[in-house]
Design a protein around this ligand. Structure first.
Ligand code: SAM
Ligand code: SF4
Ligand code: SF4
Length: 334
């Protein structure tokens, strides 16, 4: 079955946020001033149980979803997270993956693999401890994240992908060292343009280092050529090193909006469905599940929401640069 929204886009990807909590306070995502000790995170009874998540995932897959990414917050801080993976891994024919800050990965890599995870994306913004610590804002060292990536690769969670958010004046000096390092290691590094998600990161257009600029910087030292996308709607634009030593990706969410092929839905930890990363309003599925709805009724609710979907925030932003209201990324799931 394939659903189609008002712009003819299918529903193919589901990103599930398993928790709104995180052990980092990345300045561009959960700045300390807002996510401090008084911040009210969701209570355990407010978030979906693993059974509820799995039930919803199965329903989404019956509606055409092919890829499920677990995210957050930091997925590995939720108790017994590998149990959820094991439950989701039972769903046939899906590409199941996760994004993590890597801080707990060396401890969990084997359990994740055993639970049925195939590959993992790890976020790392610099190899320079001073820069990285200033970005994660909890004094977390680079080496521990690399250790986590290596543990993931060693147990076969491959290929390891690395996400680097680039912010002007903060970590642009890390672009080349990161490219060199991960090319050597054979991990796929993806550069992400810093986005205006949420209200709290004080985003300004000037803070972006564009994908074009990033490619130019790397190409000058390590020549690149464009590579074909793996599939329609792939978020990262792929580039290959001309000497055959691997590839990188750039995610130009701001400067080259890719809304026209966007087939992603997001489920927040409390069970709200968002049809765009920048959506202001989510549709509640937790109460629907807890009120005893059948699978058919839940599927119909998804169909109705997707059928009305017209989101194209990033394209509209580039057309008008209107600041529109939105929800925090740590809440909705990156
Ligand atoms: N905690 C996990 C992590 O950091 O990988 C998963 C959740 S995080 C919200 C998912 C991805 O979103 C990370 O790669 C992170 O770097 C990215 N991200 C967060 N805030 C962002 C922003 N303002 N602009 C671009 N990417 C952002
Ligand atoms: Fe946590 Fe990931 Fe957000 Fe950083 S980007 S604060 S690690 S959720
Ligand atoms: Fe998809 Fe919304 Fe991002 Fe556009 S702005 S690519 S519709 S999530």
């Amino acid at each position: 079955m394939t659903l189609s929204d008002t712009l003819n886009r299918p529903l193919r990807d589901l990103r599930i946020s398993v928790t709104d909590r995180c052990n980092f306070r990345c300045v561009y995502c959960m700045p300390k001033e807002v996510f401090g000790s008084n911040y009210k995170f969701l209570l355990h009874e407010q978030i979906l149980t693993y059974e509820e998540i799995t039930r919803l995932a199965r329903i989404f897959v019956s509606l055409g979803v092919k890829k499920i990414r677990l995210t957050g917050g930091e997925p590995l801080v939720r108790k017994d997270f590998p149990d959820l993976l094991a439950m989701l891994a039972q769903i046939p024919d899906i590409d199941l993956t996760m994004t993590t800050n890597g801080s707990l990965l060396s401890r969990f890599a084997q359990q994740l693999k055993d639970a049925g995870l195939k590959r993992v994306t790890v976020s790392l913004d610099s190899l320079d401890n001073e820069i990285f610590k200033s970005m994660n804002d909890v004094d977390f060292p680079v080496e521990k994240v690399i250790e986590g990536m290596d543990a993931a690769a060693a147990v076969g969670l491959a290929p390891v992908k690395v996400n680097m958010v680039v912010k002007r004046g903060v970590n642009e000096s890390s672009i080349l060292p990161m490219a060199r390092f991960f090319r050597e290691k054979g991990f796929i590094l993806r550069f992400i343009e810093y986005m205006d998600v949420g209200h709290t990161n004080g985003w300004r257009m000037d803070d972006i280092v564009s994908a074009k600029e990033i490619i130019k910087i790397i190409h000058a030292e390590m020549p690149l050529e464009p590579a074909d996308p793996n599939y329609r709607g792939e978020v990262a634009e792929r580039w290959r090193y001309k000497d055959g030593s691997g590839e990188i990706g750039v995610i130009a969410s701001v400067t080259q909006a890719f809304c026209r092929d966007c087939s992603r839905a997001r489920l927040s930890a409390e069970g709200k469905l968002y049809t765009c990363l920048f959506a202001i309003k989510g549709h509640d599925f937790r109460d629907l599940l807890r009120s005893g709805a059948t699978d058919e009724e839940v599927a119909q609710a998804v169909e109705k929401i997707w059928g009305k979907r017209a989101d194209r925030y990033s394209e509209i932003r580039s057309e008008n640069t209107i600041p529109l209201p939105k929800v925090e990324m740590s809440h909705i799931g990156g």
